[in-house]
Each structure stands twice: as C-alpha cells, then as structure tokens.
Ligand binder design. Sequence first.
Ligand code: AMP
Length: 430
Amino acid sequence: MKYQTLSGVHDILPEDFVYFNKVQKTVESVAKYHGFSRIETPVLEFAEVFSKGTGSGTDIVEKEMYTFRTKGGDLVALRPEYTPVIMRSYIEHGMHNQPQPIKLWYLGPCFRHERPQAGRYRQFNQFGFEVLGEQNASLDSQIIQMSYDVMKELGFKNISIEVNSIGDSECRPYFKKILISYFKSRRAALCPDCQRRLKENPLRILDCKEEKCQRVKAGAPQIIDHLCENCHAHFKDVLEFLDELELPYTLNPYLVRGLDYYTKTVFEIIENSEDGKAQGTLMGGGRYDGLSKILGGRDTPACGVAGGMERIINLLGSREDKAVVKSKKPEEAKIFLAQLGQMAKRKGMKLFEEFRAAKIPVAESFSKDSLKAQLRSADKMGAKWVLIFGQKEALEDFITLRDMETGTQKEIKLDKVVEEMKEKIKSLKN
Ligand code: AMP
C-alpha cells in the first residue's frame, strides 16, 4: 500500500508555514492589541457540546461531525468549531467570577466531514476572537473591526463586510412563521434541500446558493422589518458604531449563517474578485447570547468570529502578496559555523548554543564532516563570514574567521567570538 494523506486533509509543509506564521502573527497582534488572551481546548469533546451547542439541525452536526464512542463508552466528537467549546470552558472554569467581559482568541485544527473541494477541507485550522459576558453593541462592532483589521493587515484589498440581525427568541419565532407561509406557497420552486428546510429551519432557505431558490427568496420578507424593540435598538447601535469606525459594510438582509446559536448580529467578511464578485467567506461570526443557557450556564451574552486559515493562506499564496510575504522571511544567517573533527563538532555545538542565546542567527551543517562540503553550503546560502573550527582551533580554544568576500582570515579567541561577531553584525546594519 502506498501511504498518503486521507481525502480532504493535507500536510502543512515548511513552505506553507511562511504563510501560516504570517496569518498567525497578524491574528495574535490584533488580538493582543485589543486585550484578548489565548485559549486552547482539547480537540476531543463530548459530542453533546456540539449537538446541543452548535445545534442538532445544523449541517455541521447533522452531516459533518466526526463522532465515535470511546472504549469507555463516551460519545465524543472531533471539534468541528470552537465557539460552543469556548462557552463550555467559560462555564466549566467559572469565568463569570472574573471581571467581565472575558476576551479570548484561539487558533487550532477543526474537523468536518464535508465533500472536499477548493477551500473546503476535512481538517482545517480556524482562528477566532470571542468576547463573553457583555451585551453592549460596541463589542459586536469591535469584533467586526478586528476581523477587518486582520484582513487589511494581510494585504486583502477587495474585501467586504456583510451584516444582518437575525433577532432573538422574542422576535425570531414570529418571523419564522411569516417566512414559512411565504415559502409554502412557493414550495415547488425551491430546491429539494430547501423543501426540507422549510420544515426544520426556514431561515436557512435565505442562505441557499441554488439559483432557483435565489429567485424565490428575492421577494421574501426581511427579518430586519420584524425585529423586536430590543433587537432593533441593538442593531441600530451596531450600525452606528460601524459608521463611526468608517468600516465599509453592506446590509445583507438574507445573511443568516448556518448555526442555531446566533442571536441579533451576524456578519461575514468576504473576499471579492477585481470585478466585485464574491469569491468566498473568509471569516464569519455574530452574537450568541443564548448559547450559555443551552450548555447549562447562566445567562451570558457573547459575541465572536471565526476565520479559516487555509482559505486565507490559499488566497495569499495565489496573489502577488506571495512576494511580500516571502520577502519577510525570518532574519537570515550571515554567519556559517564550519567544523572539522569530533572535538570541534562538540565544542561547535556548544558555541552554536551561545549564539542562539545571544539571538545571533548562525547557520551550520553539523552532520557534514568535510570542510569543503561545508564551505560549499556557506557559499550557497550567501554567508558573509565562516567561522572555521578545526582540530587545532578546538585544542587551543580559538576559531578562524574567514571573510567570504575578501577571502581574508583571522584568529579569534573562543570566549570572544560571540561578542566580536555581534559587533560585526551591528556595523553591517549601520
Ligand atoms: P464557520 O464556522 O462555518 O462559520 O466557518 C468560519 C470560517 O472557517 C469560514 O469562513 C471559512 O473561512 C472557514 N471554514 C469553514 N469550513 C471550512 C472547511 N471545511 N475548510 C476550510 N475552511 C473552512
């Protein structure tokens, strides 16, 4: 058998990590600036966290979740998304006892058994920001601002923000009734999936990408016309904050997002092509004030967003930004440490460690024994200096410094090497 990755999953190779690290750094710096702390949770959870939290009627739980029974008999799932887990953790650790709101960010793998296609994987990485314990509309807009900042900082130019409000338990049930009666009379014009949704989750019809359904939904009632007073006021506040922040958003009355726990604000950050066509959702989020109670906690308003690392990385990698990201490689070593003989190798490894502690990048090739091969490597990587540590040098505790441009050599005492090279690099920068 020829072993290879399973369908829909992928290796993240060293060259991909240039992008992975870039996105992670950007997410982290935006999170830190806004006072968010990192959280990580297990990849395995009780399946109920999602069947209750994400919702049993959602595609994620119904069709895509990896669930299995452990040897002990527990029904567990590979995390398909973070939000219910973050809430589980908030409740489990009594975070409501700390000053509110609690601001958290995360980055890690999620699993969904979807049909593999471009931008859709079965194991992918999500990052996200979550604010728990506060209902002020300023937080909804802060989360949107942070999402937009991440995209801007990564160099995305044609992005748009779509926002909507999907109400709460007070106004949504009534709206659902209106929606059902609208679609019922047009049932035959809906795709088979939406005919099923009509019974289980009529809001999702608004979200359907099928052309047939798009035509029917064009005349459908809009939830923003049916929000209760509280939801209406909240949404108005959110939009006022977004205006103040001068964020380029558009109101999309048909945006519902596929998850049960959302209340009030929902939004998506979308990448558009040059001619303005939507390419794909890069980030999506919203407010989920009801989730805590569903998971057995006390009333805890909350709001958050999740972004897909791979989708962002794919886009970064397929555009001219590639050059920009690639050019920002970690500082390249200008010094190459070459060694000859067992004793020099041992002492050389110790010296290498001293350079690391002094934060001076040094390249090496400890696995090679031939000096010629090592000098070839040094030449290939464009090293400016080579430190040659031969048998004589190792015995007498000095090192030979060779300037690769001029070919000149000089001897330096071993305990002065790090200091002297530090000075040389400094003078190079000035
Ligand atoms: P969701 O949790 O479904 O709202 O997804 C949030 C973000 O995660 C999306 O906007 C995508 O960028 C990303 N995402 C969701 N599902 C997948 C998938 N199967 N493969 C890759 N990225 C995904």
